[in-house]
Design a protein around this ligand. Sequence first.
Ligand SMILES: Cc1cc2nc3c(=O)[nH]c(=O)nc-3n(C[C@H](O)[C@H](O)[C@H](O)COP(=O)(O)OP(=O)(O)OC[C@H]3O[C@@H](n4cnc5c(N)ncnc54)[C@H](O)[C@@H]3O)c2cc1C
Length: 476
Amino acid sequence: MAEIETDYLVVGAGASGMAFVDALVSESDADVVLVDRRHRPGGHWLDAYPFVRLHQPSAYYGVTSRRLGDDRIDTAGPNAGFYERASADEICDYYARVLDADLVGSGRVRFLAMSDYRGEDDDGHHVVSLLTGRETTIRVRRKLVDATYVASEIPSRHSPPFVVDPDVRLVPPHHLVDLGDVPSGFTVIGAGKTAMDTCNWLLETGVDPGSIQWIRPRDPWLFNRKFMQPLELVASYMQLQARFLEAAAQADDGGDFARRMAAEDVFVRIDPEVEPSVFRGATISAQEIEALRSIERVVRNGKILGISSAHITFPDGEIGADPRHLYVDCTAAGVRPTTPRPVFEPGRITIQYVTIGIVPWSGATIGATEASKEDDDAKNLLCPSFTFTGEVADILELSRAGIGGLIARTMDPEVASWNATCRLNPARSAPEHVDDPVVAEALASIGANLGAAMENLTRRVGGPRTPTPAGRIPSG
Ligand SMILES: Cc1cc2nc3c(=O)[nH]c(=O)nc-3n(C[C@H](O)[C@H](O)[C@H](O)COP(=O)(O)OP(=O)(O)OC[C@H]3O[C@@H](n4cnc5c(N)ncnc54)[C@H](O)[C@@H]3O)c2cc1C
């Protein structure tokens, strides 16, 4: 049995773990051991469906110290006029370079691939190689870092939550690029970003909208990608911030908040006749929404209980099924709800959302905060954690924690100065555009509404909650 010693043991080399380690190593002289069950860094992107792309610009995804992509504005296709969005292959290649060149290259990070974290006892933390079965004991001088807690649930590692007869062809989305027989049509199951990506890809690839049936139990509110643009287009993102704070200052509840954002075109929905009840922070363009609206066979009978060659069964009845249809299971949750925990505890860090959306920005913020001070209570005040439950009703709760953290970090000179230049911060180029009247209007509105937003949110949902202490990291 091998034994090693380190300052930080980080479990999980996905977007969360990589952004944390990069920020920590850049801002301190810490030594880190990073472990992952997978063979390389990248987390769920290593198993993603082949037509997936980031739903936000690459310009603020990844880690702080290395650019992802070329910060180019696309000139054609559904993303025309917006900053480029990386494919899964680009993201995985990027994380491999970050690991090899920047992290391991620093001489202060060791990566144990194909290694499952198994827990801690009096001897230390235990990691087992999934190839050899060999165990390594790791003695941790400072902290264990759980970078698995907000991990995504993805289609390729998910079982359908309904009964499927053996003669029904049900596939995850990544099988669509490798079909044997041509199906008579496609039934896409799910209401989230994966289902939208799948429908859009089928349409872009030439499938007639009339051949697609979409089983969409609930409709989501989505961020309009037009307002998620950084760098030279940062005025758009500052407008989003301003409209967000105005809504937070005035909204009675989550539904009211979403309708206020929709009135400003910042939130969009697929069907203007249906009031969405889901919010997971996903982003979409007007062009993609327009394409999705061409699919007219939308079934809203709730969640499927079972599929046979003759029927699709729902809680309140059934509809007929075409035995030659291909069913595409897009019901994996993607971003999962979690119980918020303290980010900083004695001997432990749990990486969670501390920024509204943008997992890597949260991971890096936690890394930079850890490097900046010693006291866990002080660090938790800078990084209140929250979750995306998926429910519109909970938007005010996540906004209170998200905006509260933003204000606290802005008032901390060290963390604020790090954040001002952090490439994962979509607003980082705003100071260079203060002469733009749109940016100036947004900054004035943000200043005018910040206090009122916190006051209204606290009145509606109460003050900060006491998070539940961390539990065990599940092993494989
Ligand atoms: C299709 C899709 C698109 C998305 N697009 C965006 C986007 O544009 N912007 C955005 O901010 N977010 C996006 N998200 C949200 C997404 O959750 C994050 O961006 C991010 O990739 C999640 O990273 P993670 O490190 O938290 O989790 P994961 O990528 O799941 O990584 C967790 C890692 O932990 C490892 N692990 C778990 N348990 C153990 C153990 N016991 N021992 C060892 N290793 C372990 C796993 O092998 C895995 O590699 C998207 C999600 C999906 C599914």
